[in-house]
Design a protein around this ligand. Sequence first.
Ligand SMILES: [Zn+2]
Ligand SMILES: [Zn+2]
Length: 126
Amino acid sequence: MSCTADSDLSFMEQYGALVLRDANRGIPASPDIAYLREVKDLRPLDFRGPEAAVSNSIYRVESVLGQAKGQVAPEACTNCAENRGPYLSCVLVPGRFGGSCCNCHYLRANCSFMRKSIPFSVVSAH
Ligand SMILES: [Zn+2]
Ligand SMILES: [Zn+2]
């Protein structure tokens, strides 16, 4: 029952995400990754620059998927407003990441949306 960590992150390449594999770590697996892989993409990723890269950290993989599939916040959170994080836009995934936007989730930073209710309906986007 050995898992092959390498092939499992190849789906990340479709997002233009450069995945830095750490051979000593396993495949990221989380309820959010499982959920987000089933949700359709809504946008190409808006990385700030080609240097943006993810590792196989669960938070970063979740963040990339969320950025492709979530909803653009009507107003950027305080970190996005100060150009922190790998993406140009502030994107939220309703009901996920404790209310954090994808930039803050990537950075594991405190997102100003975590202290507020999400500013749009949490009703499914389907
Ligand atoms: Zn943000
Ligand atoms: Zn944020």
